[in-house]
Design a binder for this molecule. Sequence first.
Ligand code: HEM
Length: 401
Amino acid sequence: MTSDQATLTRPVSSIDPFSDDFLADPYPHHHALREAGPAVWLERYGIWAMARHEQVRDALTDWQTYCSGAGVGLSDFRKEPPWRPPSIILEADPPLHTKTRAVLNRILSPGAIKVLRETFDREAETLVARLVERREFDGVADLAEPYPLKVFPDAVGLSADGRENLLPYGNMVFNSFGPRNDLFNRAMANAGPVRDWIMSKCSRVALAPDGLGMQIFHAVDSGELTEDEAGMLVRSFLSAGIDTTVYGLGNTLYCLARHPRQWANLRENPALIRGAFEEVLRFEAPVQTFFRTTTRDVDVGGIRLGDGEKVLLFLAAANRDPRRWENADRFDVTRRATGHMTFGTGIHGCVGQAVARLEVEAILSQLVKRVAAIEMTGEPQRRLNNTLRGFDHLPLRFVPA
Ligand code: HEM
C-alpha cells in the first residue's frame, strides 16, 4: 500500500476516551481501539491514538519523533497557553530534560531511597495494625490516601500544615491532561489557592534540611540547576508523587479483594509481593494515558501520521494487548508482568517508580503477615479522572490472620 492510500484508509473511531462512559469501563473500548489498527484517528478530537503494546512502546522510546515539549496532554502548548508553567522534566525534551532528569535520577535511585525503607515500613505497620483492629474501613479514605500522604511529603521534607492541598492539586494536574470537560472544570474550581500553596512549598526555605526536596536544591549549589529550576522539580514531586500512588494502592486493594485466590497465593508466598504489584499496575493501571506530539511525518504500521499531530498513548490498553500477553484479562500475581507500560518507558519512564514500589511493598508486607482475607463489604465507587483510574470509596473488611 502506498502512503497516500494508507492516509485514505486510515482507521477512524468516534470514541470519546474522556467521556464518563469510557472512563467508567475502558476495557471494551481499549479492545475496539486495538483491533481498529496500529494507529487510529479519533475524529472527535482530531488526534491519533495507539492502543497496541508494540506501538505504544515504540512511541515512548522514540522521543525524537514523539516529543513531550508540546505537552503530554491533549492541549498543544505550541497552539494554546498551558494552564501552568510547563514541567521542566515531564513536559520537556532533551537537552533540558537530560539535565533535569539526571538530578532526579540520582535523588530517586533505588540505592538512594533505600534509606526511606525503615520509616515507610514503620508507618505501614502502624496503619495496618490499626485497620486490622478496626476490621471495617474505607480502603481509600483510611489507607490508600493517608499512607502516601504521610510518607511521601515527609520524605520530601514538607511541613505538616496545608497538606490537604496535595490531593486537589494532583486532581488538577491529572485532569488537565484531558479536554476541558466537566472533570477538568470541577478539578479547577478552586485552582488559585491550591496552586499558590503548592508553589509556596517549592522554595528552599519551605523544605526540611535533609529531605528529597532539599537534595534538589543541592544541585543548585553544585551548579547543575538554577534556583527556579530546583523549585520546579520540587513541584514535579508534588504533582506526580502522590495521586499516582494513592490510586495505585487503592487498585492493589481492589484487585486483591476481588481475587481471593490470588491473595491466598500471596500469603503463602510473600516473595510474590513485588511481582504482584507489577501485575496490579498491568491489570488495573492507575495511570491510563499520556500524549505525545509528532515532530515529523511518520509511518506507523502502514498508516501515515503527519508532523505536529497529537498522539494519545493508551498505556492501559497496551497492558492488555493479547499480542503481548497471554490471558491478558486475567489477574495473576505469578505472572511476569514487567514490560507493562504503566510507568511509561524510554527517557521519560517514571523516575519515581522505586518510591511507588517501596510504598506498596511496605503495605503488602504488613498485610500478608496480619490479614487472612480482604473482603469487599459493599460496591466500590469509582472516581473518574481524565488520566487516572481508581476509586472514591472501597468498603473493605480485614479478617485478621
Ligand atoms: C504507581 C505510581 C506511579 C505511576 C503509575 C507513575 C507513572 C508515570 C508515568 C507513566 C510516567 C511517564 C510519563 C510520560 O512518559 O510522559 C511518569 C513519569 C514521572 N513520574 Fe511517575 N508514576 C508513579 C509514581 C511516581 C512517584 C512516587 C513519583 C515521585 C517520587 C513520580 C514522579 C514522576 C516524574 C517526576 C516523572 C517525569 C519523568 C520524566 O519526564 O523524565 N512518579 N510516571
